[in-house]
Every structure is written in C-alpha cells, then in structure tokens.
Design a protein around this ligand. Structure first.
Ligand code: IPD
Ligand code: CA
Length: 254
C-alpha cells in the first residue's frame, strides 16, 4: 500500500504541474475556487483507488459524495487532490497533494507530496515518518521565541475570526509568523522540523488526515485546543501542531 500511495501522489503532482489553473467554479467563503487542476488530479486519484481497491470508500475534497460515520469505515481514503489551490492559481510554487488511508477512524498510511520540490512525506502507523526516504522529526525547541509559527488562512469569516486573533498572541510571545498557503504541506513542514508550530481553525479531514499521522510518527502532536484529549480528524474545531512541549504551551493561550 505504501508504494501505491507514493505512486499516486507523484502521478497527481505531475498532473497538477501540467494542468490548467483556470477557475472551474467557486465555493463558499472568500477566494475559494476550484481549478481544472483540482479536478484532473482528483479524477486520476479516485480512478486509481477504485481500480486497485474496489471495495474501499473515498472521501475527497471536490467530490460531492459525503460519508456518514466515517469512523466506522474499514477501508477509507481521504484525499485532497490539490492543497494550496490559491497558490497554484497564482503560480506560487507551494501546493501539495494529500492522501490518507484510514481504518475505523485510525490513519494507517499518510502521504503528502510537494511536486515543486519533488518532496514526498510519508508515514505508516508505527513505522516512523520520512521525506524522500529520510527519517524526519519535529523540532526539539521548547521556547516560542526560537520558532516560526505558521497561521493558516481560512475561507470562512467564522474560522478567520477564530484564527487571526491568535497571530497577535503568538507574536507577543516572541514567535516569527508566516503563512505559506497549503495546510497539508505546512503541517508536514512542522513534522520535518522546518516550522515550529501550526495553527488554524476550520480545517477539513482532507487537509489534516495524512498530516496527523506524519506528525505523530515524527514525534509531534496535533490537538484541538477546544477539545483537548479528544482529537478526531473528522471532527475538530481547530488544530495546533508542534512538539509536545510547544503544543502544551500553546494550549494555555485559550
Ligand atoms: C486550503 C489551504 C490553506 C488553508 C485553508 C485550506 P485548499 O486548502 O490549505 O492553506 O489555510 O484552510 O482550506 O482550498 O487550497 O485545498
Ligand atoms: Ca484542495
């Protein structure tokens, strides 16, 4: 399965690079578009999964099918065919493809591919996290002054209002703030020790399912500050990602 995930991530990434970035439709929220590249990548991934695992279900961003009680599914794929659509639309080379394989609510395999840098982040439950085959781990730093914190950019006003006030809080604790524009890629950049922490409200399962496993296999944690101790990729209000000590410090901000 790991090799299959790697193959479709790379295939989808290549398709995105070569696909039109024209807008096909608009979704709810500010600047929330679907590009031809989203749909071309999604079609390729969904057809590949269906061919290889015909009995499995797929929960994918641009697909209209929604799954009731995803935690009860024995073979479920969660797909973001293009994460960082705004960047792709504007020729900014920071976007990714994210795929997770989930059994009964537990992510077993997670992969995020950055086609611009040809970096493939992958984890299998219990077997560590890797970037292009090299083991990765979260940063060790325990002080916010030493870290870069990435704040996400939600489309909806409700999630924007939960997310952006926190930028001031992090800033006042001494962190450097950035926002690169692909939650999945930013999440695995925390897993690989490039970024110190990530925060955003209102992320969807396809933004974080693969990241959750990669971060935890890299020695880090993903937590919902509104529901600490009860994390589900299917049901969270916001996510904080970082090493254990930094996450515990950040949780005190609420
Ligand atoms: C978005 C990106 C963005 C994050 C948004 C996501 P999309 O995903 O990951 O960085 O801040 O919340 O919805 O629309 O590019 O797949
Ligand atoms: Ca997407």
């Amino acid at each position: 399965m790991r090799i299959f995930v790697e193959r479709i991530l790379r295939g989808a990434g290549k398709l995105i690079l070569n696909s039109s970035k024209n807008i096909v439709s608009k979704k709810d929220g500010v600047g929330n578009f679907v590009l031809q590249a989203d749909l071309i990548s999604e079609k390729y991934i969904l057809e590949s999964i269906k061919k290889r695992y015909p009995s499995h279900k797929v929960f994918s961003e641009e697909n209209t099918d929604r799954i009731d009680n995803p935690e009860n599914e024995k073979g479920l794929w969660i797909v973001d065919p293009l994460d960082g659509t705004t960047n792709a639309k504007n020729n900014i080379p920071f976007f990714s493809v994210s795929i997770a394989y989930v059994e009964n609510g537990i992510v077993r395999v997670g992969g995020v591919y950055d086609p611009n840098r040809d970096e493939l982040f992958l984890a299998k439950k219990g077997e560590g996290a890797y970037c292009n085959g090299i083991k990765i781990s979260v940063k060790n730093e325990t002080e916010l002054e030493d870290l870069i914190v990435n704040i996400g950019s939600p489309y909806s006003t409700e999630n924007f209002r939960l997310t952006y006030p926190m930028e001031k809080v992090f800033y006042e604790k001494g962190a450097r703030m950035v926002n690169f524009g692909s939650a999945a890629l930013e999440g695995v950049w925390v897993a690989s020790g490039r970024l110190g922490a990530y925060f955003e409200a209102g992320l969807k399962p396809w933004d974080i399912a693969a990241v959750q496993l990669i971060v935890s296999e890299a020695g880090g944690r993903m937590v919902d500050p509104y529901n600490v101790g009860n994390f589900s990729v299917f049901n969270q209000k916001a996510v904080v990602i970082g090493n254990e000590k930094i996450v515990n410090k950040i949780l005190k901000f609420w």
